[in-house]
Design a binder for this molecule. Sequence first.
Ligand code: ADP
Ligand code: ADP
Length: 231
Amino acid sequence: VLLIEFKEVTKVFQGLNGSFNALDNVGLSVKKNEIFGLIGESGAGKSTLMRFINALEVPTRGHVIVDGIDVSTLGSRKLRVFQKDIGMIFQQFNLLNNKTVEENIRLPLELHKYEKPLSVEEVLSFVGLEDKRYAYPGQLSGGQKQRVGIARALITRPKILLCDEPTSALDERTTEEIIRVLKRAHQTFDVTIVIVTHELNVIKQLCDRAAVLEDGRIIDVISIENNAGET
Ligand code: ADP
Ligand code: ADP
């Protein structure tokens, strides 16, 4: 079952020096329950491509279909409902420093109403941070901050988890720790994961398939055999 489909997607940004094709006629499909990677050098268009999936960007030409919906046709109210089911984690974690771990994790629940969210206890225990509930981000290591980011994304039980360079601010050991948490999240919550990274080892350890981007084009799609079913 296809969950995400890009059909001939082109994105043109207008700048001071004329127009610029950030994405050029991109076709792509991600299956339900896949862990899909987007890899390429800085400026290749990875983040732009990922932002189409939750409709933070709208294509200049072409269509982005997510779960059967052409996202560029959604009005603002339906768009917000659609975006509720997509979680995101970030390179710099994007935690609010003046709020506790628990308050950070609860934030999505304050923005929208969810039928069956997980509890703070469940997500904290899932990421192994029960003892940091009342701590502030400033008291946490990078890996712990990213675990809080993951807990915040998972509390809403998202259909899709978008990860923008989730390990790029972390050392090697912590990177492997976060990869393991993401794999467990995938198995436990049946979430489809799309991850942007410039680190090939992250793709190899985590992803089922990955698209290689260069200058706004997909130049290759690779399958990583050994990851199916592995913990
Ligand atoms: P990557 O994530 O692979 O580093 P990006 O998707 O961030 O690449 O950017 C691709 C290209 O598009 C870059 O050259 C970037 O400067 C440009 N770009 C991204 N967003 C915008 C924007 N809002 N306006 C103009 N140019 C942009
Ligand atoms: P990343 O670390 O994800 O590659 P970037 O520095 O490429 O981040 O982009 C950060 C933000 O700035 C994004 O929201 C992107 O759309 C915007 N951006 C990137 N390049 C440009 C640009 N040339 N003009 C305007 N906005 C840009």
